[in-house]
Ligand binder design. Structure first.
Ligand SMILES: [Zn+2]
Ligand SMILES: [Zn+2]
Length: 288
């Protein structure tokens, strides 16, 4: 295949293999070849805002297994030709994770990019739900290092929200930005046609640095239905004060999080609104 668009190469490959595909919610859907599934909508395939192809299997909760099933590597996810800086920023092509010695294997890798599409860091999850983060480092043999800080605890990479290039485009287009607790929920939201983001590392790791990118945005936070989720949502609201144009907090109608909500068959208008600060979070004195 010589098509310079990774999305087209993948669509061709699926067609050549006789895999069923259909378009729904702006994504090409196919079955979970990775887990031998037969539901035709399990895997969502889209073009990234900066090119390339983004694949997410909702059963496997990632793309590692799907790529393996196709015989693709992460390098295949990029459109060609890559510029030199893109080549340098490309995640290394291996599935090693720090807990591999314990017999775990990677099920998902999420790549965090800056506003120009360059890789800032990666976050991985294994089949036993260990989370790990890495940063690109051309000096390392593997091309990355599995810590984001130096020996003094100083952060060595920028702090960016997940899907930053997509989020910036969405804010410019006046779309609502949904903030979830983790990447799995972000993909559930995106798969339902929404624009969503989160921070790396899970609950209570959202910072003012993440919030800076949401200037003027209308934000809806999906709070997980537990104490950690409530605290996370409150912390996110706090960072958005005076930055976001509006902030709503909602919860899943059923289950714990956005993925559960959609899995139970509810739509994006059926989240339960739990808090609607007006006009800015915490700015209650300004209400008339
Ligand atoms: Zn799968
Ligand atoms: Zn693990």
């Amino acid at each position: 295949m010589t098509d310079g668009i990774a999305f087209n190469r993948l669509a061709d490959l699926l067609r050549d293999r006789g895999e069923p595909t259909r378009y729904q919610g702006g994504a090409l859907r196919t079955r979970g070849i990775c887990h031998d599934g037969d539901s035709p909508g399990t895997v969502a395939i889209r073009r990234g805002a900066n090119g390339g192809v983004v694949i997410f299997c909702h059963k496997c909760q990632g793309n590692t297994e799907f790529l393996a099933a196709l015989g693709w590597t992460e390098a295949d996810l990029y459109d060609q030709p890559l510029t030199e800086s893109e080549r340098r920023a490309r995640p290394v092509d291996d599935t090693w994770i720090p807990c591999k010695e314990r017999g775990h294997h990677r099920v998902a890798q999420y790549v965090y990019r800056d506003e120009h599409g360059a890789v800032v860091q990666g976050a991985t999850r294994c089949n036993e739900k260990c989370f790990a983060q890495w940063r690109p480092d051309p000096a390392a043999k593997s091309g990355r290092r599995w810590r984001l800080t130096d020996d003094q605890g100083n952060r060595l990479v920028r702090t960016v929200p997940y899907r930053l290039p997509e989020i910036l485009k969405a804010i410019a287009a006046d779309r609502v930005i949904w903030i979830a607790e983790g990447e799995k929920d972000v993909h559930a939201l995106v798969d339902h046609g929404l624009e969503a983001t989160c921070n790396a590392g899970g609950a209570e790791k959202w910072t003012a640095e993440h919030a800076q990118f949401l200037k003027g945005a209308d934000v809806t936070i999906v709070a997980d239905r537990d104490e950690k989720g409530r605290k996370h949502a409150v912390a996110v609201v706090e960072t958005l004060r005076g930055i976001a144009r509006s902030v709503y907090v909602v919860q899943a109608r059923e289950g714990k999080d956005a993925a559960d909500h959609f899995a139970a068959g509810h739509g994006d208008h059926q989240f339960l609104q739990v808090w609607a600060p007006v006009p800015h979070p915490g700015d209650r004195g300004a209400q008339s």
